[in-house]
Design a protein around this ligand. Structure first.
Ligand code: P6P
Length: 325
């Protein structure tokens, strides 16, 4: 959308004009603004990573059993601060933190945010695209927030955001029935409305999976991917947000299946699969575990993993049908 002078609207103005009125009235813009502020910090560190001491790892292990990259820690600090300080978030959960962060039970803090601050951070050392992913929920009542409050199925999200730090930095926001993209303008430091009402194209353009894992897939998954291999080209960045953003804009299907070594796959339900499948569905796509809609899964654990198949709805459905054969 553009301002009256034809220039692209800012993130704040465009979301204020398009998000559901109830969300706008209840501080949703404050949450999106806090995400944008944290994203600008991560963008600045990413663009100068080798010069800003942002390469390599901290030597620490996170709750996922993964070595924490320096940028993971910096991104966690940036978003935990901006979301905690914004005045609209009651609690947050972060991939890098074993426990949730409880900010306030006040009724004027109606939002809950689950996020992956820097997804694909091991790619930063080789200057490959990385991302940040956010699931946003509204508290269902004013009762004190507990761990259980954060274990909500993805269909209850009121919004979702991801940021892709690529050849440009694009922040994508989804609310009920609408997905829009905003490109960070280095000149003004503003996220400007660059992708209006994103809809996933009707035609799937590529499949995206780590083919190196195929020896570990169950036979029905091997058969399903063999069919994709014969129908589409392969695109795989190895950075979830990069692969997802391409599939959302160009059409495509991304798969990270469970396998004999990791039955639940690698990706996390709460702050990777749920927000991206919410966004995919608002843009006309679909997301499945292979046996059920991702957004219907009732989380049991904050950091639980899930198999993920997401992208063009007809292709997702075809893969799910093959898996059921
Ligand atoms: P693999 C990055 O480490 C990540 O979490 C996602 O961004 C990405 O989709 C996936 O892992 C890549 O995993 O096993 O193919 O290297």
């Amino acid at each position: 959308m553009s301002d009256t002078d034809g220039s692209p609207q800012t993130l704040h103005d465009a979301v204020a004009a398009t998000a559901p009125a109830a969300l706008v009235a209840d501080g949703f813009l404050t949450v999106v603004g806090a995400i944008a502020e944290g994203a600008k910090r991560v963008d600045a560190l990413t663009r100068r990573a080798a010069l800003a001491g942002m390469l390599g790892d901290t030597g620490e292990m996170n709750v996922q059993g993964e070595i924490v990259q320096v940028l993971d820690a910096a991104g966690t600090d940036a978003f935990v601060s901006s979301l905690s300080d914004c005045g609209a978030v009651a609690a947050l959960a972060c991939e890098e933190l074993e426990e949730a962060v409880f900010v306030s039970d006040r009724s004027d803090h109606p939002y809950l945010v689950l996020f992956d601050p820097v997804d694909g951070s091991s790619n930063i050392d080789v200057a490959v695209t990385i991302g940040s992913i956010f699931a946003i929920y509204r508290r269902s009542d004013d009762s004190p927030v507990t761990d259980a409050t954060l274990l909500r199925p993805g269909r209850e999200q009121c919004g979702a955001v991801y940021v892709v730090y690529g050849s440009s930095t694009v922040l994508v926001v989804a609310t009920e029935g609408r997905v829009d993209g905003f490109t960070l303008d280095p000149a003004s430091g503003e996220f400007l409305h660059s992708h209006v009402q994103i809809r996933i194209p009707d035609k799937c353009a590529a499949y995206s999976v780590n083919e190196g894992n195929q020896g570990n897939w169950h036979p029905e998954m091997q058969n399903a991917v063999a069919e994709l291999r014969s129908d589409y080209g392969l695109r795989y960045v190895g950075s979830l947000v990069a692969d997802f953003h391409r599939d959302l804009l160009k059409g495509g299907i991304f798969l990270y299946p469970g396998d004999v070594k990791s039955p639940s796959g690698k990706l996390r339900l709460g702050y990777e699969a749920n927000p991206l499948c919410y966004i995919a569905e608002q843009a006309g796509g679909a997301g499945s575990t292979g046996t059920e809609r991702i957004l219907d899964v009732q989380p049991e654990l904050l950091h639980q993993r899930t198999p993920l198949i997401v992208g063009n709805a007809d292709v997702v459905e075809r893969v799910v049908a093959r898996l059921a054969e």
